[in-house]
Ligand binder design. Structure first.
Ligand code: UD1
Length: 433
């Protein structure tokens, strides 16, 4: 039996939506907790599939985990004093991409890490060469073996990790965090140049610093890490999920009336807010909330080009394309981070959108002809944010939309059905064919 969403369009969204801790931080933070033998408490962890499956994996390493569930907010207490090294060759390990953070975390504490190469959302080829190059520069040897169509990595550092000057050819989020994790327990000083500047990197650096790491410059393009011998336990409050927030803000731009998106850091959303303001969306920006004052007016399509932070995030591009179907004019969307990230457009077109996609190897473009009348159809979530884009289309469309393959969505959006239902949406999680 496969789960699917059934969405009825045309309802206004009003009330408030609480945003949870950032998924992309939490996955790294949970894994980073395995770098100490003391207790780590992480506040505001999303109740999503990726987190649940990661917790299962960390438990298998002999970690004791207590989850305090307080309606929409979870606190996780990880006690890793009995944590044992294990090869990570389980199939589930390749299920989500962020499992590569086990390399950075384990190589510091155990001097080795063998794991199955991580998978994740299908967004075209997603190599981890920059991570591996960084580990080599810190003193690791890496052997790759193909077995039964899967790739196993054997990573070892016999003489321990030593600090190094590492230049990233591209400011990759994953490589920056992963190298930072490893460098924390290396001997000497590591400099990461051309580092990514995403807020999630600052969040991970903040937790590591509370654990006793010495990190300077997180959030700039040069991060300096002075290695320490061991890390302590800590309490950490995760930053809010800017992608979850941005998703609901865009839903609200078309469907909201006095819709408040709470528990956010508006500065993290500047790439999106500047575009929505140019479009003419009526927003009130508070210290930790954004209120969408009234629903659909005549919005002007505003072009975007995705880029590294603080540019427009690739993770919000797909939902933005759905928004553009409701704006006037013909608008260009340029995807520079994951060129394959336009697979939702085929389904939006089936629902009545008018989008042309021009795919390239390093860069792809979509041209959206706005003011489309969307109608409910049976569609397929090809990846996490494509699912969010299709739910948005379903909430706008006339009639009923069913969205299959929603495992992707459940991987990344905490309580999405409950949160949307509370503000007036008609969306159900159904089981069946
Ligand atoms: C992270 C986020 C993802 C987001 C992306 C960009 C997590 C778990 N996921 O993914 O939601 O969409 O940042 O903001 O945090 N690249 C290489 N070699 C590498 C690493 C990356 O060529 O070793 C390329 C990728 O193929 C991609 C680009 O660099 O084209 C950006 O990737 P990266 O910033 O690493 O994204 P992720 O960390 O995978």
């Amino acid at each position: 039996m496969q789960s699917y969403f059934k969405v009825e369009g045309g309802n206004k969204l009003t009330g408030s939506i609480e945003i949870n801790g950032a998924k992309n931080s939490i996955l790294a933070l949970l894994i980073a907790s395995s770098m100490t033998n003391q207790v780590v408490t992480i506040e505001d962890v999303q109740n999503i599939k990726d987190v649940r499956s990661l917790i299962k994996k960390i438990k298998k390493l002999n970690s004791t985990i207590i989850i305090n569930d307080n309606s929409f907010r979870k606190t996780i207490i990880l006690d890793n004093k009995n944590l044992k090294y294990r090869d990570l060759f389980m199939d589930e390990i390749s299920e989500f991409r962020a499992s590569y953070y086990f390399i950075g975390a384990m190589i510091g504490r155990y001097k080795k890490c063998n794991l199955l190469l991580p998978g994740g959302c299908f967004l075209g080829p997603r190599p981890i060469d920059l991570h591996l190059k960084g580990f080599e520069e810190l003193g690791c040897t890496i052997i790759e073996k193909e077995e039964n169509g899967k790739t196993k990595l054997f990573i070892d550092t016999k003489d321990g990790l030593h600090g190094s000057d590492i230049f990233l050819d591209f400011p990759s989020v994953g490589a920056t965090i992963n190298i930072m994790l490893a460098a924390t327990l290396a001997e000497g000083t590591t400099t990461i140049e051309n580092a990514a500047k995403e807020p999630e990197i600052i969040d991970v650096a903040t937790m590591l610093t509370s654990m006793g790491a010495i990190i300077k410059g997180a959030g700039t393009n040069v991060i300096t890490i002075s290695g320490v011998k061991k890390l302590n336990g800590c309490f950490h409050q995760t930053i809010p999920d800017r992608i979850e927030a941005g998703t609901y803000i865009m839903y609200g731009a078309v469907l909201g009336e006095n819709l408040i998106i709470n528990n956010i850091i508006p500065e993290h959303l500047e790439g999106l807010i500047s575009k929505l303001t140019k479009m003419g969306v009526n927003l009130k920006i508070g210290d930790d909330y954004i209120k969408i004052i009234n629903r659909k007016k005549e919005f002007k399509g505003v072009p975007i080009t995705t880029g590294v932070y603080p540019s427009f995030p690739t993770d919000l591009q797909q939902v933005y394309v759905t928004l553009l179907t409701q704006c006037y004019g013909t608008t260009n969307v340029t995807e520079t981070i994951f060129p394959d990230r336009f697979r939702h457009c085929e389904y939006l077109n089936e629902m009545g959108a008018n989008i042309k996609v021009n795919s390239g190897e390093y860069l792809s473009k979509a041209t959206v002809d706005g003011f489309s009348n969307l109608v409910g159809k049976d569609v397929m979530a090809t990846d996490l944010r494509a699912g969010a884009a299709l739910i948005f289309a379903g909430l706008i469309a006339d009639g009923t939309t069913t969205i299959k393959n929603i495992n992707h969505v459940l991987r990344g959006y905490d309580n999405i059905v409950e949160k949307l239902t509370l503000v007036g949406a008609k969306i159900e999680l159904c089981e069946g064919e």
